[in-house]
Design a protein around this ligand. Structure first.
Ligand code: BTN
Length: 267
């Protein structure tokens, strides 16, 4: 199956902006890092960087991101939303939702869940991670780099031992090799109208029903590892600004801005 290069992706795209410029590389340290540098130099909204190998791939909370070479999708997309910076955290959730919707279109038989803030899981194992990084430069204003690592064709034995129990791929879930170009194009095709809709709205309200229908955490007892410490309670979906609604044991409702969610209690 073809590599996710311009030759293979362009014929499948029906976007007007996103992915119309696409850089395909064999190896870059991190597609997020390269795209941030290109953005600082004035790159236009919609530019996508895809790499087959990413030796210094970055994850959330300063973790690294493993991706088996030439098997998966590791790519970054540049956005320049003309919005208040306070709305930027919503982009990660919008990305997760659009990718979820694209995968539902391509793989209607797979039950894929969303895990706040922006993971996609299949049977409780991680299929995809999203890292959004934003900056403002005097010359070019706001840039948001949306980085996506999606495990597409990675066989189980190719994950390092520490990820074996926690990670999965579309190939493992579906039982066959999948076309990365088709998945990338379908994501961009679905993300573009969602992004335009979201830019015109005040918040994520229009997307909350879709989130709830795939929400892994909804109604479950969770512990969130936040920068300020652990918070436990019952997850009650997300608020229009993308924060997690958590029902605390004392009956209060709190909104959590960031952190890692765990279904099991943490010590
Ligand atoms: C996570 O921790 O779950 C987020 C992982 C994000 C990985 C992607 S792969 C493409 C892009 N480039 C990076 O260096 N990271 C993101």
């Amino acid at each position: 199956m073809g590599a996710p290069s311009p030759d293979n992706v362009f014929p499948l795209l029906n976007t007007s902006l996103l992915g119309r410029q696409l850089i395909y590389e064999q190896s870059v340290p991190s597609t997020n890092r390269l795209l941030a540098e290109l953005a600082e130099g004035g790159a236009q909204e919609g530019l996508v960087v895809v790499a087959e190998r990413q030796p210094a791939g970055r994850g959330r909370q300063n973790r690294s991101w493993f991706s088996a070479p030439e098997q998966n999708l590791t790519f970054s997309l540049l956005l320049r939303p003309a919005l208040a910076a306070a709305r930027i955290p919503e982009i990660a959730l919008l990305t997760a939702l659009s990718l979820h919707s694209a995968l539902k279109t391509l793989f209607p038989d797979l039950l894929i869940n969303l895990k706040w803030p922006n993971d996609l899981l299949f049977e409780g194992k991680k299929l995809c991670g999203i890292l959004c990084e934003s900056a403002i430069t005097p010359a070019h204003g706001l840039q948001v780099v949306v980085g996506i690592g999606l495990n597409v064709n990675c066989p189980q034995q190719a994950f390092p031992p520490e990820l074996q129990m926690r990670s999965t791929s579309l190939r493992i879930a579906s039982g066959k090799e999948q076309d990365r170009s088709r998945i990338l194009a379908e994501f961009l095709n679905q993300f573009e109208p969602c992004y335009q809709h979201w830019l015109q709205d005040r918040d994520l309200s229009a997307f909350l029903p879709a989130w709830q229908s795939a929400d892994l955490l909804y109604g479950r007892n969770v512990t969130i590892d936040t920068p300020g410490g652990l918070v436990s309670g019952q997850a009650q979906g997300i608020s229009p600004d993308g924060r997690l609604r958590l029902h605390l044991p004392d009956g209060r409702l709190t909104l959590v801005s960031c952190g890692d969610a765990h279904l099991a209690p943490l010590e």
